[in-house]
Design a protein around this ligand. Sequence first.
Ligand code: AMP
Length: 569
Amino acid sequence: MIIGIDLGTTNSLAAVWEDGEARIVPNALGEALTPSVVGLDDTGEVLVGMAARERLLTHPELTAAAFKRQMGSDRGFHLGKRKFRPEELSSLVLRALKADAEAWLGEEVKEAVVSVPAYFNDAQRKATKIAGQLAGLAVERLINEPTAAALAYGLHRRDVESKFLIFDLGGGTFDVSLLELFEGIMEVQASGGDNFLGGEDFVDQLVGAFMERVGREAGIGEEDLEGKVLQALRDQAERAKREITKHEAGTLHLTWREQALSWNVDETIFAELCEPLLARLAAPIERALRDARIPAGELDEVVLVGGATRMPMVRKMVARMFGRLPAVHLNPDQAIALGAAVQAGLKARDGALDEVVMTDVCPYTLGTEIAEAFGKGHVRDGFFMPVIERNTTIPASRVERVSTVQNYQSEVAIKIFQGESRQVKDNIFLGEIKLRVPPRPAGEEAMDIRFTYDINGLLEVEATVLSTERTERLVIEQNPGVLSPEEIEKRLEALAKLKIHPREQTENRTALARAERLYEERLGELRHFLGEQIAQFEAVLAYQDPREIEEARDTLTELLNEIEGLPYL
Ligand code: AMP
């Protein structure tokens, strides 16, 4: 069985293709979404998901979140004394999803189709595949998130030529893609977005405005708030944001040095605060429409995915921009995972699926450095020659011919870059090929440089000297952010030694982590009461009677729900 996985910045989830439809796999808590958070317990056991998320506040030094943003870099995350790479943390999330799917399906899962933002570059895509490998999952196919959303909406089944725009605003990233369906072939015409814009930025706006309007009046600056209080305020802002979506207004509460502060925000104020963020959404959309040469009026469907598209201000902005109501009938949190499962079904050649050909685009321009003639007899190097241009349909293979620029040079260095700038120094260096050439006068030796970009966004460059037919090949791999096969082996060994918190204990551990968070957040009598409840629950856990544990957990959860609903911390 191949599963589909949406490995998100804030939340991740898995889905499977079964009985002719894509279905979400519930996690150990019975929920669709698993927070993309990993932590170590005080005993050194690994916690993933909600239990880890609860401990983000109480044990920040043992917990990591939002590591998807660092995929493809060698930035480490410290959990206590241990250091993890972003793909290792992602692998622990994937592993939890794999275990959930296996428990639900009752069979082993060895392969997954994992979604990535269309904007992910080569190193980020490779890191995602490695995360799968570290989790014991073969990831033969990555799928761009907007492409997955289109599959989930069944847009590939239309029988007339159609054009779609997929607008995906998640927790941390924004992706926009233009897809075209023609004679049963779904083609991505353009993609764009912003790797640093998502629902969390809307929360930041609320926190900032709260401090400016309410905090300042009470004599508090953001620097006065210790980490835990600030995190509690962020949680309040997150809750208020969802309240505004549901009831057009929400309230943020903060207790600070016995001052009880609160602020009521309605949809209008919130939308005003977020005006700059809404404006930032427009530019990538306009660029993608221009790149694909599709006027907004020609779109047959605008699809919204990502939890943050639930916000009415986002829906209104999209409706205004396109003069039409967007499609929102699938749960925006689940569309990508469902689409990845559709793709997994396609890959497994499930008979229930019509044959669909999917193509994608290369999200950025790939090319080499060249020297340009500059006046008589002078050459200046450092210029970028695009070979595969951004938004070219992939798989793609393009050749450019270049010639020597110096008299009697015996070697040519072909430097490969990714980016949109005319000067290579402003683009990202990917790798280099060195080629021996017969020493002859400048311009008399020529080389063909072939770039091949495959369906998973991996790049191979091949350079051939025409006179000698000598060829050098490079698969872009030596990125500092990408682990080598030997390093992967080492990481696998290290990960195998980690103790993973038992899945069947997830519900208990999550309830306990939540109670501990509330204990730290609250003060006075309530805190004392919470302390007693935690001790009681721990005592029941120690006794190991499953029925009693379940009862005690239900009672504790009800209590926590009640306490969480109280306005002040
Ligand atoms: P995703 O990465 O697609 O799971 O999206 C997560 C983002 O959606 C987070 O920033 C959430 O705060 C946001 N989100 C989820 N539900 C709502 C809601 N009801 N109203 C506003 N934002 C929401």
